[in-house]
Design a protein around this ligand. Structure first.
Ligand code: GLN
Ligand code: ZN
Length: 767
């Protein structure tokens, strides 16, 4: 018996981020539209060939995207706000304008809003649906890619973002009031037309991604929507539908999802393994079960024996003449995995290399499972090699550090508490820091100019010595501090010139982390990140930022310079995390390392310390039932990291979002002295939340958006600041930008911050 083996999607960027180079080249005019199209076609062909080379029996198509798959789906359905339709009559330009905005002498349109894709670190573009929204089939991309794959001889399965999820992830356009989901009936004909074309082109199965099924859904609304959608779609003759959802259990949605008129259901058996028994009971035997057994979201080698046992359970439960076949699949798209381990050979040590599996290796794991269920002997060697490597990770002495584990286990309540309550701390901090009302500050980084990047590259190549590089960084820092002082800012920062990335920097100094050479994953558009790998117990062999902070403070005799650290939740959230202990425990270990750094900074005379936690919110679980447990430990680890200091030391934290209704209580419990928070892009969501929940400590809602080179005027920031003063008492209000300035250029930074200081000074004078 041969069993279908496939994956839900493959990473798009290419082994060497070729797609990034193509699209960025296209944006800058160096790559023509035709070169972009041809380069992309080659990438797709390479990726299908790779999958086939390991023996996958079917490849996904349509998983490729120039920018984002949600944008693709919106674009294909003609959900294109009128401001983009004016951009250009060429599809690609309007498409990219929706993704990244467009500013030239004729047009000035910002991009669509960007949001995290469920609880991953991938961001999608949020479609906007207007009251009078018209839908029409605007792109046949997936059909074209299907034809491309079949012409190359592959058995291919088109992947389409399902209509319910597309609308559920959309937002109501400005000035409209209908909910996107209200438009389902009007959207469906577009899907019917598209699926008709796929059937005509010879597709047998279509993978319809409906990951909203992993969320808490209003069953009445969503059961009706799904039933309506899939009853309509199932009328397309000759097509079979695999309904896929991933990132978690289907849970209570399973009972009705199992009965939808589709031909197969995919189960994420990594994060949603709790579904298995009920899925076997509820999914009718004539529907295919696609068993998502290989984790698309982490980089550890699968335990193939264990997954094989699960697969065997499913296969034996689905015996009998009427039973539909079982497929072997990845848990979710491999979009969230780096491309291949091959470039890591020689970079990572052999042992670590043996523990890992990137997209290419995951494809092989899927193929091995499928082969093993037919004949274990046929892959006996691969299975035993896998078992040996899994065992090697379980037993490696490099993973455990008993001292770290003991320290974490023996903490008592006092390790999570400041010495005094906020009001008392605020009083002492006022006395010692002597800041004016409406203090001004920035979030940490200053422009990472070409010069800064060049010096770092030269240092890494050995062309600059350690001393020369240090000299360069010191000069940058000094200049930056002198400029901030002259500009009139009150709490200064060193500028973070020594850091490429706020997580990488700390990972490089901590034990328990390794760094890959090419472990890139797409974050949004052409942007990729290279998350560190946390493989073992974390500890801090030496201070990480104390020298830099001391030097920076020495450049500023009168004003405090903030020590800048990244918080434990963010370090965890933006890394690939070990799966052999709870995330909370790994976060606790990181917190101890940060705590020691905070204490060392204080001892070195640093009076203000910021611990950034921009990722606390994105770590929120998909299901509300899991919120409390997560928020409890994430607050705990932040407090563990920050409460080792005296009352006069001012602890700041920073968040890159303003939508924090769900986590407001947790934010309060962090017990930071000052929070700086994104605000300028949010239509005053933050103020609404402040009004509802109240906030007693000091707070700096961002006065302008740093994601664009635009210089905010004094007037617009003054208006925003005046609005803030209605909600926040003057003695608690700070003036600062939304986030760090590293992606900006100096000229606009100088102008923007000069304006910002002017706003604060005018507000002070008006008191
Ligand atoms: N301190 C960091 C910076 O300024 C914070 C970045 C972030 O919030 N993402 O760059
Ligand atoms: Zn930020």
């Amino acid at each position: 018996m041969s069993i279908k083996s496939t994956i839900l999607g493959f990473p798009r960027m290419g082994s060497d981020r070729q797609l990034k180079k193509l699209v960025e080249g296209f944006w800058s005019g160096k790559v023509t539209e035709q070169e972009l199209a041809e380069g992309s076609k080659k990438l797709r062909a390479d990726h299908w060939a790779l999958q086939a080379s390991y023996g996958l029996t079917e490849v996904p198509v349509g998983d490729f995207s120039y920018y984002d798959h949600v944008l693709d789906a919106a674009f294909a359905a003609g959900i294109i706000p009128s401001r983009y339709q004016q951009v250009d009559n060429s599809g690609t330009r309007a498409y990219f304008a929706m993704g990244r905005g467009l500013q030239n002498k004729d047009v000035d349109v910002p991009s669509l809003e960007m949001k995290k894709w469920f609880d991953t670190n991938y961001h999608f573009m949020v479609p906007e649906v207007a009251d009078d929204q018209a839908f029409k089939l605007h792109s046949t991309k997936v059909v074209d890619e299907f034809k491309e794959a079949t012409a190359l001889g592959y058995a291919a399965r088109p992947v389409v973002l399902g209509p319910v999820t597309l609308l559920a992830l959309s937002k109501t356009a400005k000035g409209s009031s209908s909910k996107p989901l209200d438009h389902l009936a009007n959207l469906l004909p577009v899907y019917v037309e598209l699926f008709g074309l796929l059937a005509e082109a010879g597709a047998e199965w279509v993978q319809v991604d409906e990951p909203v099924l992993a969320l808490d859904l209003d069953a009445a609304v969503y059961q009706a929507a799904f039933t309506q959608a899939y009853s309509e779609l199932s009328k397309v003759a000759g097509l079979k539908f695999l309904l896929t959802s991933y990132f978690g259990r289907l849970g209570d949605n399973l009972a009705w999802a199992a009965t939808l008129p589709v031909h197969g259901i995919h189960l994420d058996l990594v994060r949603g393994s709790a579904d298995l028994d009920s899925a076997l009971a509820l999914i009718p035997a004539d529907k295919v079960i696609s068993a998502g057994l290989i984790n698309g979201r982490n980089i550890w080698k699968a335990n193939l024996d264990k997954q094989l046992a699960t697969l065997a359970t499913i296969v034996s439960a689905r015996q009998g003449a009427a039973a539909a076949p079982v497929w072997v699949n990845s848990s979710c798209s491999l979009l969230h995995s780096p491309h291949s381990l091959k470039p890591e050979a020689g970079h990572l040590d052999e042992e670590t290399l043996g523990w890992l599996s990137f997209a290419e290796e995951k494809v092989e794991e899927v193929a091995i499972l499928a082969a093993a269920i037919a004949s274990r002997d046929s892959v006996a060697e691969q299975l035993s090699s896998n078992a040996a490597k899994v065992l090697s990770r379980q037993q490696s002495a490099r993973i455990t550090r008993p001292a770290v584990q003991q320290r974490l286990a023996s903490l008592d309540a006092s390790s999570y508490e400041r010495q005094a309550v906020f009001a008392e701390r605020q009083a002492v901090q006022r006395e010692t820091l002597k800041l004016p009302v409406f203090p001004t500050t920035t979030i940490g980084s200053f422009p990472q100019t070409a010069e800064v990047r060049k010096a770092r590259a030269q240092f890494r190549k050995g062309a600059l010595s350690q001393a020369e590089y240090q000299q360069f960084l010191d000069a940058e820092t000094r200049q930056c501090i002198e400029w901030q002082d002259a500009c009139g800012l009150d709490v200064l920062v060193h500028g973070e010139f020594e850091r490429t990335d706020m997580v990488e920097f700390f990972g490089e100094h901590l034990e328990g982390f390794v760094f890959t050479k090419r472990g890139w994953v797409q974050s949004y558009g052409s942007r990729c990140v290279k998350p560190p790998v946390i493989f073992g117990d974390v500890s801090r062999p030496h201070a990480m930022t104390v020298d830099v902070a001391k030097f920076a403070q020495s450049c500023s005799p009168n004003k405090p310079v903030k020590g800048m650290l990244t918080g434990p939740v963010t370090i965890l959230q933006w890394s690939f995390v070990r799966d052999d202990q709870p995330r909370s425990q790994t976060a606790g270990q990181i917190a101890l390392a940060i705590r020691d750094e905070v204490v060392d900074l204080e001892a070195a005379g640093i009076r203000v310390i910021q611990v950034d936690e921009p990722a606390i919110r994105e770590g929120l679980p998909l299901r509300k039932a899991d919120y409390d447990a997560y928020l409890k430990w994430s607050v705990d680890v932040f407090r563990l990291a920050t409460t080792g200091v005296r009352n006069q030391t001012q602890i700041h934290t920073h968040f890159c979002y303003s939508d924090f209704n769900e986590i407001f209580t947790a934010i309060k419990s962090l017990d930071a002295d000052v929070i700086t928070i994104e605000n300028s892009k949010s239509d005053l969501k933050l103020l609404g939340a402040l009004e509802v929940h109240g906030y007693a400590a000091e707070i700096g809602p961002g006065l302008y958006d740093i994601h664009s080179p635009r210089v905010p005027s004094v007037e617009e920031m003054a208006a925003r600041f005046a609005a803030l003063q209605k909600y926040i008492p003057a003695e608690n209000l700070w003036a600062n930008p939304d986030c760090g300035l590293k992606t900006r250029g100096w000229p606009e930074v100088k102008e923007s911050l000069t304006n910002l200081v002017a706003v604060a000074v005018a507000a002070r004078n008006a008191l």
